[in-house]
Design a protein around this ligand. Sequence first.
Ligand SMILES: N[C@@H](CCC(=O)N[C@@H](CS)C(=O)NCC(=O)O)C(=O)O
Length: 246
Amino acid sequence: VKPVAAARPYELYYWPGLPGRGEFVRLALEAAGAPYVDVARLAKSKGGGVAALLKALGRVGPAQPFAPPFLKSGALVIAQTANILLYLGPRHGLVPRDEASRFHAHQIQLTIADLVSEVHDTHHPTAVDQYYEDQKPAAKKRATAFLATRLPKYLGWLERIVAASGGTRLVGRRLSYPDLSAFQLLAGLDYAFPKAMKRESRRIPRLRALAAGVAKLPRIAAYLESERRTPFNQTGIFRHYPELDR
Ligand SMILES: N[C@@H](CCC(=O)N[C@@H](CS)C(=O)NCC(=O)O)C(=O)O
């Protein structure tokens, strides 16, 4: 009998030192108990570091990623957070099997990606490659508008999806990858905009309960306690600038 070959670990490529968009992928890998190497966090002597990320990012070909995160699975290279999750979901039972549910999960994930971009733009409204300090007045305007209308609209939508799916999850009644992302989303928003989120929380009881449940999943709870989990900080997407919160 041929021994079953051990599955090769996935290679996740994301900037070290910040949770960023890589965290949405990490949470899925951790929830699945899937072996993975976080390449840029690996020592340079072990073939890791930012140099390894840049080398992989610069490898020209039809599947060349535009930006991290990207995932290597064997010979396959997949970029775009929602696309990576679209790939991982069915491989690890993190999405129901039927086609409609898969597209609903992807639809939710793409919408979360839109929200993540809008959060990013609250501190970088004018130019992605310039400092926050150089675009503060525009950031204030953008954050004010975001908190007044966009945040409640997105969160209200997610809350209604949970209610319509049976009250506990985003897709049907079992855990799926958008639930993990919703947990990360709320954690990030709580960090960045504690005042606004205190106000919003009354309107999203089901989403709050969903996120609290995700944090208690044994693998996720263990991950959150581990050094693999990077705390939010001022270099990621979710940044806490008190002047932008209200
Ligand atoms: N839509 C992409 C966005 C990827 C992205 O913007 N990645 C950031 C880090 S979170 C980056 O490295 N951007 C570099 C760039 O846009 O030049 C996704 O969801 O994965």
